[in-house]
Design a protein around this ligand. Structure first.
Ligand code: DMJ
Length: 590
């Protein structure tokens, strides 16, 4: 296992919690807990919680009553869509979409970073040293500067609170657990922001308490808080972070006490009581299937099998559940019956996205020993190709739409832009070459979702033009033109650069960073989500900096620009869906 160099300034500080190098993931000390389901099978030769339609804001972030309203609207929206399919479709232009489009048949279709020179980097014995690129150094420094600017706003106006509201110079509370600070810990470590990290660590040690009468969302708190604490523990070797991770992990466990073993969406971490939203006993499919990497790692570190047992059981149940469409899953699952609900809508976007991501990533985390995960992933990719893949009329861009009761809807959430990276990661791990081909095509499309907008920033939801014409490929409905500083495209750019070394992916990421700086940066500190990516004159600041901007977006940009390929090697780490790197497990004893 490679050793990851400690960033630039860190070695000059004293406290024992900042070792000179990031230790290897804690593998050797921890026996392997995973029980291989069957004999390792070689791959056959070839072979979010976000809103539904408008908004998609990760944002069950509203206050509980508001959150409940938003989620209720989501389900009503599905129901409305089910109704709407009977009506003629109206396009974004207000015109009737041609019957042929509306009813299309589903099947038709680091050498060393110069910026971190003070600690020797140990490249792989066989890896040739690449030349240090001046451009990379400048770009890395620009990411650090962006982080510092965001942190300045958070520190001044929102310290210890969940989210910065940079325009009003205030803060927003969701769980009351310092979400931005915890989500950003490992980013600060990776970027070498030593002073910022020290201050944040102190807050975690002295102020962060999970003994609070507060309802938290199981998925969001797992990926951001548990994931952030576990990865920071691995990077720093600092046991304090592991203790905090154990504390929150244990407090989230009541969520799994349901008749079906499919967890509730919300848990009161002070009272140890979990519940669904008041208006439904459904949970979101992506949420219940995207807590596995974190709970499995917690079991491995604590040698307490309870965490992995509850999350593995969810995967077992979903694996054998009827109601999938060629591996594609509905967006909701009932916590009483354990059955899918609101069937008929299939998307790779909000409410289903990270189900697919975690199938592959769990398989990789577990050393490729769990064939059901691989099978579900491979079948799902084929299902995507069969039902959701189309090309635009004007420029033949490949995109992923949605299926609504057999009707194809050419809309794609920005959230879907995780897919090029995930497909490329699969191909890197021996899955079929055509997964990589698709990854390259979809990466181009996600790039176009940025460059075709006047601000150079993607809308939350894009509508793709299926008609052969000279017109635009990407259209945006008025309600969908917001940008929440989301990471998915830069995440995929990072994977694609790592696997292809094609410099264009870095250039695309650089353009995105410049657009963030131009249109979302708030002078007094922080970055804000905006309402309209098509209006460069008034993009409409929304006064909110999501925690994932620091947890994910800036981290992936930094990793994209870093020449150090051993910095969080993708052969040693798997990133959770909030960009927190967790170690790939060692092989079980033979
Ligand atoms: C993050 O919380 C995670 O990336 C999640 O998987 C999707 N939503 C946001 C970022 O867009």
């Amino acid at each position: 296992m490679g050793v990851v160099a400690m960033p630039e300034v860190a070695p000059t500080v004293g406290p024992g919690f900042l070792p000179k190098v990031i230790p290897e993931p804690q593998r050797p000390k921890v026996p392997f807990l995973h029980k291989s389901q069957t004999k390792k099978r070689l791959f056959p030769n070839k072979r979010g919680p976000p809103r539904l339609q408008d908004g998609n804001e990760s944002d069950s972030q509203a206050k509980p009553a508001e959150k409940e309203r938003v989620e209720k609207e989501d389900v009503e929206k599905v129901e409305e869509e089910e109704e709407e399919e009977k009506k003629p479709l109206v396009s974004w232009r207000g015109a009737i979409i041609e019957a042929i489009q509306a009813t299309e048949s589903p099947s038709s279709a680091h050498e060393n970073d110069a910026a971190m020179p003070s600690v020797p980097v140990k490249p792989k014995d066989t890896a040739p040293l690449a030349p240090v690129s001046v451009k990379s150094v400048d770009r890395l420094e620009t990411v650090r500067e962006a982080f510092r600017h965001a942190w300045k706003g958070y520190k001044e106006f929102a310290w210890g609170h969940d989210e910065l509201k940079p325009v009003s110079k205030s803060y927003g509370e969701w769980f009351g657990l310092g979400l931005t600070l915890v989500d950003a810990l490992d980013t600060m470590w990776i970027l070498g922001l030593t002073e910022e990290f020290k201050e944040a660590r102190k807050w975690v040690e002295t102020e962060l308490s999970f003994s609070k009468n507060v309802d938290v969302n199981l998925f969001e708190s797992t990926i951001r808080i548990l994931g952030g604490l576990l990865s920071t523990y691995h990077l720093t070797g600092d046991e304090m972070f592991l203790e905090k991770a154990k504390d929150i992990g244990l407090r989230l466990m009541p969520a799994f006490k349901t008749p079906s073993k499919i967890p509730f969406s919300d848990v009161n971490i002070g009272k140890g009581i979990a519940h669904p939203p008041r208006w439904t006993s459904d949970s979101t499919l992506a949420e219940v299937t995207s807590v596995q990497l974190e709970f499995r790692e917690l079991s491995r570190l604590t040698q307490d099998p309870r965490y992995q047992e509850v999350v593995n059981e969810v995967m077992r149940l979903v694996h054998k559940l009827p109601g999938k469409r060629d591996g594609l899953v509905p967006m909701f699952i009932n916590t009483n019956s354990g059955q899918f609900t609101h069937k008929g809508v299939f998307t790779l976007g909000a409410r289903a996205d990270s189900y697919y991501e975690y199938l592959l990533k769990q398989w990789i985390q577990g050393g490729k020993t769990e064939p059901d995960l691989l099978e579900d992933y491979l079948v799902a990719v084929e299902g995507v190709k069969k039902h959701l893949l189309r090309t635009t009329g004007p420029s033949k861009l490949t995109f992923i739409g949605e299926l609504n009761h057999n009707r194809f809807n050419p809309k794609m959430d920005h959230l879907v832009c995780f897919l090029p990276g995930t497909l490329a990661l699969g191909a890197h791990n021996g899955l079929p070459d055509d997964h990589m081909d698709l990854a390259l095509q979809l990466m181009e499309t996600c790039h176009q979702m940025y460059v075709q907008m006047e601000t150079g920033l993607s809308p939350e939801i894009a509508q793709f033009n299926l008609q052969p014409s000279d017109g635009r490929d990407v259209h945006v409905k008025p309600a969908d033109g917001h940008n929440l500083l989301r990471p998915e495209t830069v995440e995929s750019l990072f994977y694609l650069y790592r696997f292809t070394k094609d410099a264009k992916y870095r250039d695309w990421g650089w353009d995105i960073l410049q657009s963030f700086n131009k249109y979302t940066r708030v002078p007094s500190g922080g970055y804000t989500s905006i309402s309209n990516v098509r209006d460069p004159v008034n993009p409409g600041p929304r006064d909110k900096m999501e925690s994932f901007f620091l947890g994910e977006t800036l981290k992936y940009l930094y990793l994209l620009f870093s020449d150090d390929m051993e910095l969080l090697s993708l052969d040693q780490y798997v990133f959770n869906t909030e960009a927190h790197p967790l170690p790939i497990w060692p092989s079980p004893p033979i």
